[in-house]
Every structure is written in C-alpha cells, then in structure tokens.
Ligand binder design. Structure first.
Ligand SMILES: Cc1cc2nc3c(=O)[nH]c(=O)nc-3n(C[C@H](O)[C@H](O)[C@H](O)COP(=O)(O)O)c2cc1C
Length: 267
C-alpha cells in the first residue's frame, strides 16, 4: 500500500505544493477509513444500538432472568462485608448509562461507606429533626425516633454503602426539561444499579425512599449537606451490601396482561 502511494507520488509531476497537497489528501483519507472501521467495530460489539448481531450480549432468557432475580434486600439481611472499589465503580458505571432526554444526565449520588460516615449521615438527620421538632407532629417525631434507633445500629453493622439518590434539576443550563423526565431518568439509573448488583453473586440492596425522615430529606439543609442546590431533589438512598448466608427472597407480580391494552390487531 505504502509502495503504491510512493510510486504514485513519484509519477506526479508539478510543483512541490501540489505534491504536498496530494500527500495531505491521502493521509486524510487513510485516517478517515481507520476511524470508520473502529466505529463500525464498536457498534457491532455493543449490539449496534439494537440493530447489531448481539453476539456479546446476554440472550433473552438471561436478560429476563436477571430482571426477575433482582430482589429488594433489606439491611437486616446483609452481613457487613464491604464492596470493593472496583465493584463500586462497576455499579456507578451502570448507573451512568441510564437513558436521558437531551443528555442532561441528571442522576447524582453521594456514596457513603464506613461506620463513621454512616453515623454522620444519620446524625445529620437526627439533628435536623431535633432543631425542627416544634414544626413537626408528635406522630412524625415518634416514627422518626423509632426508625433512627434501629438504623443507627443496623446500617453501620450490616450495610456496605449508602448511595444517596439525588437529581440535579436543569443539569445542563440551556436544557430545561419537565421535572418528571429528570425524575424518570434518575429512577432508570437506580434500576441500572439494582440490576448490576444482582449480577454480582451474593450482593444485594434496596431503594429506601426515606419516608421515615421525609421532612429532613426534602429540606434545604439536607440538600446543602449533600452538596445540592435548592431546586435539586433527594429520593432516598440505595442501600448496598453482602447478603447474609442462607437468606432467600421472594417476590410476585400480577400478570402483565392486566396492565396492558393491546391495540395491535390490524384486521
Ligand atoms: C421508588 C421506590 C422506593 C422504595 N422505597 C422503599 C422503602 O422506603 N422501603 C422499603 O421497604 N422498600 C422500598 N422500595 C422497594 C419495594 O418495597 C420493593 O421493590 C417491593 O417490595 C418489591 O420487591 P422486589 O423489589 O424484591 O421485587 C422502594 C421501591 C421503589 C421503586
């Protein structure tokens, strides 16, 4: 190939500038072809955005099996082992590949690990409830206190990480989406984590919406504590950990046929 190009150039008569221009054009063409080949290979390997042969992807049974095997595992069923940094990165990489209208990528996480950091998180919530006690009902306070006492011992002992689930409103300053689209993208990101953790043998977790501390969760002070701005949102936390030996989990769903209206008959 190179010989052919050199021979071609030797045969081109004319000023140096024309020869240089020809060399430039040939180099540009070669670069373009290499890039195109790389792009095609990548798109085939990743399933071509839905149109490829899918050779390296899990098959239909494997996908459905992963989806159906995903379970909500509560802190009482976790054993305290800590997830490696490598596996945490894997989960966050999965989280980062959620669908996102206009590519605003609104999901944000605060990853908390270690007894001291978890207690710091819980104590922030407790302080908030103490300071705001007068504006809350006794029912709110009782519910909070009960759950706080349980979690104070359970989370540091059993959970590996809390991934506080946040949503950045208007993450791209020039793209104002309806809030519901940003909420949905964030929920898709959480589901990615949940499916990805299901593929890690022995690990699990669940989405805690933090209803027990909902007044603090939605407060301006909590958003500040998490490094967010006032219009951003907090949707609780994904609590992660290693499942204690011998635990089994079940779940059921009603038939999809009860939730779908079919208008597919063209006759
Ligand atoms: C947005 C969202 C918030 C949730 N919040 C809680 C929660 O605060 N407490 C809880 O026990 N489960 C919570 N869950 C988990 C559900 O309870 C769980 O998905 C349901 O029991 C079905 O179990 P499965 O996930 O194993 O199929 C939440 C789930 C979602 C999608």
């Amino acid at each position: 190939m190179l010989d052919y190009i050199l021979e071609l150039l030797q045969n081109v008569s004319g000023p140096l500038i024309v020869q240089l221009f020809l060399i430039y054009c040939i180099a540009f063409l070669i670069g373009y072809v290499i890039k195109l080949r790389q792009k095609l290979t990548l798109s085939i390997e990743s399933g071509g955005g839905g149109g490829g042969d899918g050779a390296s992807l899990p098959n239909k049974d494997q996908v459905l099996n992963l989806i159906k095997t995903r379970r909500s595992v509560m802190p009482k069923d976790l054993c305290g082992e800590v997830l490696s940094d490598e596996d945490l990165s894997y989960l966050l990489e999965a989280a980062n590949w959620a669908p996102t209208h206009h590519k605003t990528e609104p999901w944000r996480y605060v990853a908390i690990s270690g007894g001291k950091n978890m207690l710091d998180y819980l104590e922030f919530l407790e302080d908030w409830y103490s300071v705001n006690r007068e504006n809350l009902t006794s029912d709110d306070m009782t519910k909070f206190d009960k759950k706080y006492q349980t979690l104070k011992s359970l989370l540091p002992a059993n959970a590996s990480h809390l991934l506080v689930i946040c949503m950045k409103r208007k993450a791209l300053p020039d793209k104002l989406l309806p809030e519901w689209e940003e909420i949905c993208a964030t929920a898709c990101s959480v589901q990615n984590i949940h499916l990805a953790v299901t593929a890690l043998p022995g690990w699990g977790g669940f989405w805690s919406s933090h209803t027990w501390c909902k007044h603090a969760r939605d407060s301006k002070q909590f958003k500040e504590y998490l490094g967010l701005e006032e219009e951003d949102r907090v949707f609780g936390a994904f609590i992660l950990g290693k499942v204690a030996p011998g635990r089994k989990f079940k779940s059921t769903r009603g038939p999809w046929q009860d939730k779908v209206i079919m208008r597919t008959n063209n006759e």
